[in-house]
Write a protein that binds this ligand. Structure first.
Ligand SMILES: NC(=O)c1ccc[n+]([C@@H]2O[C@H](COP(=O)([O-])OP(=O)(O)OC[C@H]3O[C@@H](n4cnc5c(N)ncnc54)[C@H](OP(=O)(O)O)[C@@H]3O)[C@@H](O)[C@H]2O)c1
Length: 359
């Protein structure tokens, strides 16, 4: 079933195979959803480092041009034949398909993204399109990193807590999962303010302090029960691995130690540090669900559905909400400027939201 919509629009993304930042606009046919997908007219989105990394390296191996913009909120305009729980006209939030179907567009009338039904959720009226569009990638990253690992009463250490992932992870640990103490780090007053506002009990300045020693001091020498490191910094990994307790869990976001550049593998002492403490090394990676021909099992789909539903439920309950430090319109210039800020890997607080419906 489908709602009347145009057949083409101006998407924003990359057209070369490598080193394709800054992004450009290009005409794109609006795709038909596959059997388990929704086609969404996108109203809200946000920026993620993933988008400039894909323009740099095209690591999913998609054939350009590739439309970017994987965080999406908007209105369903068509559903695949196997989709049961969504209908045309529903307001939804989703992580769109990383294999080339992001939702950014020029013009102010919204882009068009396809998303798998199990990476979508209905958007309650109480949640704005802007907030919903700022959640998916970072919320899923924090959920994968924490949901099955944090127990009520735990002490959790989250370096980089002012980032897109970090500020949601602090709220999740402190407000939704029952952590007793959340320790986090950043490098500026703006980061400190956001980290404490997100619910962390202690802020550490990673440029000025020995953060490992501070975590050990704050836990009577024991170390944190769970460390979730979303910094993509090899230097942070070494320090945060040393801050986990004996038998604790060290959860890293994405590809993990020695692989952060994605182009070469470097030596990392992290596994040796963790082995000495009998601590578990856990990788949380949202991108795994889009790799190659990976078959996603039903239990995994249910887990992801649960995560997307939680992103809306916890927002309504005021437990986990995105903090938008800047809202830009969906133009090539504004998106390139925003992604250039994110490329510094420091200094952006919370999320940069993208408004696609500004006409
Ligand atoms: N594979 C996945 O599943 C997945 C999903 C989402 C994100 N990611 C990746 O995860 C990383 C973070 O994403 P994001 O959206 O949160 O990025 P972001 O908004 O740019 O945040 C980066 C944060 O890292 C902090 N930081 C940088 N170096 C640090 C260090 N040495 N110690 C402690 N904190 C440090 C910065 O703090 P200050 O500003 O205070 O310096 C900043 O708050 C990116 O590389 C992204 O690509 C991966």
């Amino acid at each position: 079933m489908a709602m009347a919509h145009p057949t083409t629009y101006e998407a924003i993304g990359y057209t070369g195979d490598k080193n394709s930042f800054p992004l450009v606009a290009f005409p794109r046919e609006i795709p038909a959803p596959r059997p388990d997908e929704l086609l969404i007219n996108v109203i809200g989105s946000s920026l993620n480092p993933l988008e400039f990394k894909l323009a740099d390296l095209n690591f999913f191996g998609n054939t350009p041009p590739v439309a970017l913009g994987f965080d999406v909120s908007g209105t369903v305009v068509a559903v695949g034949k196997d989709v049961k729980d969504y209908a045309v006209g529903d307001s939804v939030v989703a992580m769109s398909d990383c294999n080339g179907n992001g939702g950014w567009a020029t013009g102010g009338s919204g882009g068009y993204a396809v998303a798998r039904e199990y990476l979508s959720a209905k958007k309650p009226e109480a949640v704005s399109f802007a907030d919903a569009g700022a959640l998916p990638v970072c919320f899923l990253a924090a959920y994968l990193g924490l949901f099955e690992h944090v127990r009520p009463g735990d002490t959790v250490y989250i370096p980089g807590g002012a980032g897109g992932v970090g500020h949601l992870a602090i709220q999740m640990a402190a407000n939704a999962l029952g952590a007793e103490k959340v320790i986090s780090s950043g490098s500026s007053n703006g980061s400190k303010e956001l980290i404490l506002r997100s619910g962390a009990h202690t802020f550490l300045d990673y440029k000025l302090e020995d953060t490992t020693q501070r975590v050990l001091d704050l836990t009577d020498g024991r170390g944190a029960d769970v460390v979730f490191d979303p910094t993509y910094s090899e230097q942070s990994y070494v320090g945060s691995a040393k801050a986990v307790r004996h038998g604790g869990k060290w959860v890293v976001l994405g590809v993990g130690p020695g692989r952060t550049s994605r182009t070469q593998i470097t030596e990392s002492p992290v596994d040796a540090i963790l082995a000495e403490k009998s601590a578990k090394h856990i990788n949380a990676n949202v991108l795994d669900y889009f790799m190659g021909s990976r078959v996603i099992e039903e239990a995994t789909k249910d887990f992801l559905r649960g995560a997307m539903a939680a992103s809306m439920r916890w927002h309504v309950k005021d437990l986990v909400r995105p903090v938008v430090s800047e809202e830009i319109v969906s133009s090539v210039e504004a998106i390139n400027a925003g992604l250039s800020k994110l490329r510094q890997a420091s200094g952006v607080h919370g999320k940069i939201a993208v408004n696609l419906s500004y006409r």
